[in-house]
Design a binder for this molecule. Sequence first.
Ligand code: DP6
Length: 331
Amino acid sequence: MTFTLEIHSATTIAHPNIALIKYWGNRDDTLNLPANGSISFNLAALEARTNVTFNLDFPADQLVINQEPAGGLALARVSAMLDLVRAMAKLNVHALVESTLNFPIGTGIASSAAGFAALALAASRAAGLDLNDKKLSCLARRGSGSACRSIPGGFVEWLPGISDETSYAVSFAAPDHWDLVDVIVVLQNQPKKTGSREGHTIAFTSPLQEARVADAPRRLQACRDAIRWKDFGALAEIIELDSNMMHAVMMTSSPPLQYWEAGSIALMQAVPGWRSEGLQVAYTLDAGPNVHLICARKDAEMVREKVLEVSTPVDIIVSGIGGPARIVRSV
Ligand code: DP6
């Protein structure tokens, strides 16, 4: 595209997502083609708001996160995504990327998913492209695998695919299909030692990863069915199994990754008991110690009280199910 104006800019909002069936390990680490499909929902209460401005006067790409200039690896990952957009738009202009998140970064709450979904949409729009949801999801995936799941809204499945064009996420149920919430028990809000990026590259060093991947189609089907029929018991069984299988792979990879803390284990031990008392609640953990308690909205307050009986969180965040990434301003 030939720039006729000097400044092109777009602002977008995207939500992070919580995986119910997890992504861990790639068949291609450069393209982020996952070893298995995954299922998630977006978290309505949490968001990344990102503005991208392309300007002929900028000497280099710049990144500002929560009003602080960012460099290093974060800027390199953002520039790599801008390069993809510039190649698609045939553009040779640097950009300023300003992102604000209303939740902690790098703690196992998927900040990179929300950030790269918002960036893919803002950068492509600011560059004058009008990508459909499938292409946007593919683009977001290149920044961070799970970001492809933050492009569509509601309950989402990432179809793993076998190439850049065939690996993207689609929505299979609207946000209001089932009134679930995620009660996020924040036990630790410091950035984790080993990020998902490094973790994915060593997943196949675990002797358990092959079995985990081979069984994924069965777990995906069980999760899809549980969501379709709103069968909480079936959902709880499959998501706890899937989370435990991913952490078993993490703990048995080389080097081993151990994300759980005492509070995480106390909660995982307590939750099945709360369920047998009648609460609709199940746990899942990403690459961090924080525990995501997926529960029926009617049970969220009781779950919060029970959490405080067995752990000492630094914060508890409650979120319902969110919609797709969206543009809020474009000039
Ligand atoms: C444990 O998508 O954050 O949260 O592609 O390297 O950015 P990168 O990894 P990322 O991995 C997410 C891993 C997970 C499970 C999941 O969300 O499915």
